[in-house]
Each structure stands twice: as C-alpha cells, then as structure tokens.
Unconditional design. Structure first.
Length: 146
C-alpha cells in the first residue's frame, strides 16, 4: 500500500469511528501533531506506534506497514490553495525575513532544524475570538566554516 492510499484509508476510518487526532496519538503514545503528520504520509512511525494506530482505527497490517515506511516528502503546488495552509505560507512570506533576522541576531548564522523539531497546536480562548497558538520548536544548527 502506498502512502496516498494509506492516508485515504486512515481519514475514512477516523471519520467512521468519530476519533480525534488526539485519540489516535494517545494510542500511539506520541504527540498529536507528529502522529497526524505520519497518518497524512509526511512522517513515519516505528512498528509499535504504527500497529497501535492501525488497531485503534480498526485497520489491517497493510496500514501499519505503510505507516512504518519512510516518506518521500513532496508538494504538488508551488502556492497552496487551501485557506489554512495558504495563511501559513502567507505568514512566512510576510514575516520570513523578520524571523531570519531575529534568529541570526540571537543565535548567529544558521538555521532552525526541521528534523530535531517539535510542534504544538493549541486553542486559546479569547473573548474577542478564540486564538490559534502554533509553537514551532527546532534546534539551532549553525553553519560551519571550513
């Protein structure tokens, strides 16, 4: 089974069972954001977590095996059209240079890792309209001279 078929099967089973991503992640013993990413085909799960996800979704070993396969991360659109994804793209477009300048000022010449990385998404209640709190946490990787 390929990652696209796996993703479709997982999304269908999630809806049929009325599960939240947090329910699936709890079964896997991992962060909600990471498990969701793996289920959408952009990361992989080790065997115990993959088997737990397949089990909670009522899916077979082919799903577990697909979850364990390393992904080939690709994007089909240069500019995303989904409004939620586009807004993140817009944020990077507007604030990307600001983020880069502040990282360089505080850390030096380098980048934020997307490998040694975690993410947390939370809802923050606010009387003027609830807020999305998105935390991106990556290790600083300095460029080296040689």
């Amino acid at each position: 089974m390929n990652k696209l078929n796996m993703k479709e099967a997982i999304l269908e089973a999630k809806t049929e069972k009325g599960l939240a991503w947090s329910d699936i992640a709890k079964a896997a013993g991992l962060a909600t954001e990471y498990v969701c990413s793996a289920c959408l085909g952009m990361n992989h799960l080790d065997k115990p977590a993959a088997e737990s996800v397949a089990k909670v979704l009522g899916l077979g070993s082919e799903i577990s095996m697909a979850l364990q396969r390393f992904p080939h991360k690709t994007w089909t659109q240069a500019i995303p059209t989904d409004p939620v994804i586009y807004r993140l793209y817009e944020i990077v477009g507007v604030y990307g240079e600001t983020i880069k300048e502040i990282i360089h000022e505080q850390f030096g010449d380098g980048i934020m890792s997307a490998i040694d990385f975690s993410m947390n998404i939370q809802r923050q209640e606010d009387p003027k309209g609830d807020r999305v709190v998105l935390t991106l946490n990556g290790k600083f990787l300095p460029y080296k001279s040689w």
